[in-house]
Design a protein around this ligand. Structure first.
Ligand SMILES: [Zn+2]
Length: 233
């Protein structure tokens, strides 16, 4: 059982962030698809299984990739999907428009996202990725378009960084809390992991391989046009 970093966080200590072969297999099983370019496991279940995968800001294919924190645990992703289906994002967007202190804290979450991505890129050796300068994910800094992104950041960074991610975590506590393991039966553990089945198809980036579409954008200008299409996580 992994020791918690601090109270009320599932964040992973730096020395255990590097994904093991077992972590990558678990991620593939959680997502039902192979993963590529996962460079860190920034949050773990109390049992040690990954909750969030961190993807390098530039994929091995060379493609810039802004969505650094990807929620992978099926129990959490489906709980967050319930919140989305219930309309929580509309409520959050209304409040962002009315509440300047919330809006400022949310802009801070955007800045923290970019800073964390830069650090992850440095540790992963991908260097600067100018194509996605200033582009975070999930609708930040002014909108909420994907709660999974915000929850992924909150789990990775700990409480107090993304106020709306923290709020979403609080709202799913009847289905998931950081203190308990919900892994048993949450994904198929029999047979070969998806990465083994599909690796012959060659390197592919995470965005094409996960259930929820993730943006792969060549520039901030593309982000600006794509953001109108509601295609974030
Ligand atoms: Zn677990």
């Amino acid at each position: 059982m992994a020791a918690p970093v601090a109270d009320n966080t599932a964040g992973t200590p730096q020395q255990t962030r590097r994904p093991s072969a077992h972590d990558l297999e678990v991620l593939s099983r959680q997502l039902g698809r192979p993963v590529r370019d996962v460079v860190e496991i920034p949050a773990r279940c109390v049992c040690g299984n990954p909750l969030v995968a961190a993807t390098a800001p530039r994929l091995s294919t060379g493609t810039p990739f802004p969505t650094t924190f990807y929620l992978t645990h099926p129990v959490i992703t489906s709980a967050v999907s319930r919140l989305e289906a219930a309309g929580l994002m509309n409520d959050m967007n209304d409040r962002l428009a009315d509440d300047e202190s919330l809006a400022a804290a949310y802009r801070g979450a955007h800045d923290a996202y970019l800073a964390a991505r830069k650090e992850i890129g440095q540790r992963a050796g991908t260097g600067d990725v100018p194509e996605i300068d200033g582009v975070s994910a999930g609708g930040m800094p002014t909108r909420v378009k994907c709660l999974h992104v915000l929850v992924g950041q909150s789990l990775a960074a700990g409480p107090g960084v993304n106020p709306l991610g923290d709020e979403a975590l609080e709202a799913i506590k009847e289905w998931w809390t950081k203190d308990r393991c919900y892994c048993d039966g949450a994904w198929d553990t029999t047979g070969e992991a998806p990465s083994k089945d599909l690796s012959r198809h060659g390197p592919q980036g995470l965005p094409e391989l996960v259930g929820r579409p993730a943006p792969v954008r060549r520039s901030a200008a593309d982000e600006a046009s794509a953001s109108n299409l509601g295609e974030d996580q």
